[in-house]
Design a protein around this ligand. Structure first.
Ligand code: CP
Ligand code: NVA
Length: 322
């Protein structure tokens, strides 16, 4: 059997991957959010680099692989591991043999001999799946073309910090039905909220994602009229109109089609008076959202950013059973 031999680490009983929200049991997701909130509270007022009291990742080495650019994911995972007493290796896919023909399966087997946990940001989700299949250590999805589960865990934590349970609330996504939307769709099932997509038909969420959600009983709908869609919303969310996996040559066409779905003060006025605004960032100000909204009283965009740190720390503990 390839890769077996002296020193081969078997997958440990307690290890769990974190590949997507819909593939993680809802009770585990709830426990992760609750632990993230508790860990955040426990270190209030400390310098960012101060370790957590219990140092749950002491002696652990974490590989962070990036095949796409990143600011938040890179820094929040790196700082989070260090706060928990572990160490990190931040790796760029193009500088690894992975980018020069070594298979994902072999990369997974190799890294599993050196590190205790792998986080990967990649393009095709099959890369993530293959990594998880062949690694003997847990693998975390740091974004693929089709999902961004760590972001949405931070977003759920953020919403609940400000407004209490997200269960039964109305969440409206305005713009491109992309990878971040998909993870909101997965979360709508796990956390039991209503999700409305408003955007042009050309950028609808993928049919199979919507069909699966509907079959699972998720209250998800599409409304082409942004003002009507946002009416009564507890949370309005958007994201860039051109994702990292989209062809840059499509930029102008995408902008022209998506412009009516910009989140601006006029659109927010249709939501509930205490509605929150979220954006995973990076944002393109005055494109998908105006600065007036991003910097206004509804906006919790930098709380989302901060909670990436806390949510991912809880995710890593979950994966390692610590
Ligand atoms: N939101 C998010 O994942 O940001 P980065 O691309 O900077 O990691
Ligand atoms: N949809 C964006 C999210 C960036 C964090 C992208 O994939 O580029």
């Amino acid at each position: 059997m390839p890769g077996r031999g002296p020193g081969q680490m078997e997958k440990t009983k307690d290890m769990k991957h974190f590949l997507d929200i819909h593939t993680t049991p809802a009770a585990d997701l709830r426990a992760i959010i609750d632990q993230a909130a508790a860990m955040k509270a426990a270190r209030q007022g400390r310098p960012r680099g101060a370790p957590d009291d219990d140092a749950p990742l002491a002696g652990h080495m974490v590989a962070l692989i990036f095949e796409k650019p990143s600011t938040r994911t890179r820094v929040s995972f790196d700082v989070g591991v260090r706060q928990m007493g572990g160490q990190t290796l931040v790796l760029s896919g193009k500088d690894m043999q992975l980018g020069h023909g070594e298979t994902i399966a072999d990369t997974a087997r190799v890294l599993s001999r050196y590190v205790d946990l792998i986080m990967i940001r990649t393009f095709d989700e099959t890369v993530l799946q293959e990594m998880a299949e062949h690694a003997s250590v847990p693998v975390i999805n740091g974004l693929t073309d089709r999902s961004h589960p760590c972001q949405i865990m931070a977003d759920i934590q953020t919403f609940e910090e400000h407004r209490g349970t997200i269960s039964g609330k109305k969440v409206v996504w305005s713009g491109d039905g992309n990878n971040v939307f998909n993870s909101f769709l997965h979360a709508a099932q796990a956390f039991d909220f209503e999700l409305v997509f408003t955007g042009p038909a050309q950028f609808d969420p993928e049919d199979d994602y919507m069909a699966r959600a509907r079959a699972a009983g998720v209250a998800v709908s599409i409304d082409r009229d942004p003002a009507r869609a946002v009416s009564g919303a507890d949370l309005v969310v958007t994201d860039t109109w051109v994702s990292m996996h989209d062809a840059q040559s499509s930029r102008e066409r995408r902008h022209n089609i998506l412009r009516p779905y910009q989140v601006n003060a006029e659109l927010m006025a249709h939501a509930k008076p205490d509605a929150l605004f979220m954006h995973c960032l990076p944002a393109h100000r005055e494109e998908e959202a105006t600065s007036e909204v991003m910097d206004g009283p509804s906006s919790v965009i930098f709380d989302e950013t901060e909670n990436r740190l806390h949510a991912q720390k809880a995710i890593m503990r979950y994966c390692l059973g610590r």
